[in-house]
Design a protein around this ligand. Structure first.
Ligand code: 5GP
Ligand code: MN
Length: 337
């Protein structure tokens, strides 16, 4: 983002605007944290802002301040599209391509006002008028903080904004454990605590509010559904529709599960495969240099970051497993660590 961009955005935001904030489908902690942080900031500046999400998101993210104001396209299609249509400014947060917003994609692509993209994924598409893209940033939430600083509004950061920014950093760094956990991530998190984020409460809301079913599903997945491929320093868990039904699966219940595989000594690549109606959703994670996003992009119609990515396979769970095992040999060299 250039000086000129910042000047133009400052000008844009200097009078009252109707603003829509969008993020990717199946929003995670960073998607919701960055969207709601920006929402609170824009409200403080006197704008009419709304957060519009393409799909539902997990229960453990519904406590964030401003959550009751979020519009979900899946349940309120008409309202969601209206909000985008009536907006003069559209923020695109935590996604690199309009397609990531699923049902909102056409509206995002054809939006006629000013589009501002704030994101930390590699190679963001050139679909916005203004782009703040920092691949090294831990999270989009961290970039919302930088964005507020660029607009000289640090003094406006209140407990609501701080709580949402902190939550985005916390979740997207895997509790400050991934490679993306920089000095800046810790610094911004510290600043957010100073500004009123209650880090222990946030920790409890996000990580200590499991249902018994969820914990048992995790236990079952790890004891009965985990395969380790020592030759490739790789592990995967696959869960069928029946497995999920047995534990009354709720969206978000498997969040974080894939990381347990990486905690096994020597494992540097891990995948979680979840069977859906006619497809299999895959979550890839890696440690170190191994580009999990390359596997996601080239074989599973997806993408993401080096160490955390995702994709989908159109077919059965058995086929997805077979495909995954069949592509590993071509990465064998990179998988040695
Ligand atoms: P998760 O495994 O938590 O669903 O996703 C991890 C990361 O992978 C996300 O933050 C996102 O960057 C990326 N990702 C997940 N699913 C997809 C997908 O279907 N397509 C693309 N392009 N990226 C994805
Ligand atoms: Mn993110």
């Amino acid at each position: 983002m250039t000086e000129k961009d910042i000047q133009e955005i400052t000008e844009l935001l200097s009078s009252h605007k109707r603003i829509a904030i969008t993020t990717h489908q199946f929003p995670d902690g960073d998607a919701m944290g960055s969207s709601l942080a920006l929402y609170h900031y824009l409200k403080l500046r006197g704008h009419s802002a709304s957060v519009v999400v393409p799909t539902y998101y997990p229960d453990f993210l519904h406590w964030m301040p401003g959550d009751e104001e979020v519009t979900n396209y899946m349940t309120h299609q008409h309202k969601a599209l209206d909000l985008l249509e009536q907006a003069e400014i559209l923020f695109c947060l935590d996604y690199d391509q309009p397609g990531r917003t699923k049902g909102l994609a056409d509206a995002v692509e054809n939006f006629e006002g000013s589009k501002i993209l704030i994101d930390h994924h590699p190679n963001p598409g050139e679909f916005a008028d203004y782009t703040l893209s920092v691949i090294e940033a831990s999270s989009t939430a961290e970039l919302i903080y930088e964005f507020i600083l660029m607009l000289n509004d640090e003094a406006l950061i209140d407990a609501n904004i701080a709580t949402c920014v902190y939550s985005g950093i916390l979740t997207d760094t895997g509790s400050f454990s991934y490679g993306s956990t920089t000095y800046r991530a810790h610094y911004v998190a510290g600043e957010m605590i100073k500004a009123g984020a209650d880090n222990l409460t946030i920790q409890n809301e996000i990580f200590n509010s499991n249902s018994e079913d969820r914990v048992r599903l995790m236990g079952y997945a790890l004891s009965d559904r985990l395969t380790i491929l020592t030759e490739f320093n790789t592990g995967y868990i696959s869960l069928s529709i029946e497995d999920l039904a047995r534990f009354n699966f709720q969206n978000g219940d498997t969040e974080g599960l894939v990381n347990y595989i990486l905690s096994i000594k020597g494992i540097s690549f891990a995948v979680l495969m979840l069977e859906r109606d006619k497809s299999v959703k895959c979550s890839f994670r890696s440690i170190g240099q191994f580009p999990s996003n390359e596997v996601a992009r080239e074989h599973f119609n997806g993408g993401g970051h080096t160490n955390a990515s995702g994709g989908e396979h159109s077919g059965s769970l058995a086929e997805a497993e077979k495909l995954f095992r069949s592509v590993l040999p071509q990465y064998k060299k990179q998988l040695g660590r």
